[in-house]
Design a protein around this ligand. Structure first.
Ligand SMILES: Cc1ncc(COP(=O)(O)O)c(C=O)c1O
Length: 379
């Protein structure tokens, strides 16, 4: 049996979620825009899914817009907020997910705005004083800073950044793809203007996500076509995806405390075993700080040795799936832009292990044993 330790890339579908989706793949196939009975039944199911999600996040149903996932939601908020508000200055960081980083660079080529990068400290924390300086000299900016980094697990103080953004009339977008379904978001308290989510990061189906757009910070539509999603996103809805997304979020909230406790124990076990079995092992960013980092992610820094370049490949041969860089480039030979920005001189190997409720403690032990046998420790 293979061991799956790449849950920040995607998670297995929860069978309970699959059961909830099944009727909408078979008997309830109507188009939600149809006004006849088949359509009305499906429309009602979509609206009750939206209501459920809004209740869990403490916002209103009208503030939830379904998309094909995290990337589309990030693209939509960034592109449309810039156009809607005629934004001239955008503030972001060099360690954002490519869904934000590449999108902003692409938009900067066509739209007339300046892109400012906020400073990071040695561990990859956003320098909030620098952020405030940038906000002061660039009022009415767009700020895009992720809640949890998908590679090193660093967490942003979302409330503090939202307060700063509101104080300087900035539009605040946060990529929350790694935290929705893993932490409780209270959007009536956290005054962020736009957030994004993808169901497949919390045991829901792939190809479905949503964006939250605060009602007093509306943006223009991003995908044009039909009047779906209150004219915000044309195209027939991914009905069974939406049903699965709402069910996955409901389960995530129902089991949240137990889930956090269990996954944190797996992470603690891996940190302890790695320290025992691999001399010189360290951890990137905050990922070994259990209280301060995303509990699902551990980014391991391995002693420098040319032979360690093939570790990920060799782990894979032994049936262990992990990642070298960002979720979307698992297995790809390209270096990580996040680690490149934080540790430009480092030649140490990096492996990201990420956990879920379906992992077992024995799998952690097997993975660490395999890694310790494969890893070369320079004399
Ligand atoms: C932080 C972050 N943002 C955005 C995305 C993209 O989400 P999706 O795969 O649903 O487009 C990912 C997925 O790897 C992610 O980890």
């Amino acid at each position: 049996m293979r061991i799956y330790l790449d849950n920040a890339a995607t998670t297995p579908l929860d069978p309970e979620v699959f059961e909830a989706m099944k009727p909408f793949m078979l008997e309830d196939f109507g188009n939600p825009s149809s006004t006849h009975g088949h359509g009305r039944k499906v429309r009602a199911a979509i609206e009750s899914a939206r209501k459920k999600i809004a209740e869990l996040l403490n916002c209103t149903p009208g503030e939830i817009i379904f998309t094909s996932g995290g990337t589309e939601a990030d693209n939509a908020i960034l592109g449309s907020s810039i156009r809607t508000y005629g934004i001239k200055n955008v503030i972001s960081s060099p360690i954002e997910h490519h869904a934000v980083e590449h999108t902003l660079h692409m938009l900067a080529k066509n739209d007339q705005f300046n892109l400012h990068m906020v400073k990071l400290d040695a561990k990859g924390h956003i320098d909030l004083n620098h952020l405030e300086e940038l906000l002061k000299i660039n009022p009415n900016a767009l700020v895009s800073l992720m809640h949890a980094n998908n590679e090193i697990g660093n967490l942003l103080d979302l409330e503090r950044v939202a307060e700063l953004c509101n104080a300087y009339s900035a539009y605040f977008h946060s990529d929350t793809v790694q935290t929705v379904g893993h932490y409780r978001h209270d959007l009536s308290k956290t005054k962020v203007h736009g957030i994004t989510a993808a169901a497949h990061k919390f045991h829901g189906p792939k190809g479905i996500g949503f964006m939250f757009i605060r009602k007093d910070k509306k943006i223009q539509p991003f995908v044009h076509g039909g009047a779906q999603e209150r004219n915000m996103r044309g195209g027939t809805e991914n009905v069974y995806g939406i049903i699965g997304l709402a069910k996955a979020l409901e389960i995530a909230y129902r089991d949240m405390d137990e889930h956090i406790h269990y996954v944190k124990e797996l992470k603690t076990r891996m940190i302890e075993r790695l320290k025992e079995q691999i001399p010189g092992v360290t951890f990137h960013g905050d990922s070994d700080n259990l209280d301060k980092s995303l509990y699902t992610v551990l980014n391991v820094s391995l002693p420098e040795s040319e032979e360690n370049d093939m570790l990920l490949f060799n782990l894979d041969l032994q049936g262990i799936s992990a990642s070298g860089g960002s979720a979307c480039s698992s297995g790809a030979a390209t270096g990580s832009h996040v680690l490149g920005a934080l540790y430009p001189e480092s030649k140490r190997g990096a492996i990201r292990f990420s956990f879920s409720k379906y992992n077992k403690p024995e799998e952690i032990d097997t993975a660490v044993k395999a890694l310790s046998e494969l890893c070369k420790i320079p004399a």
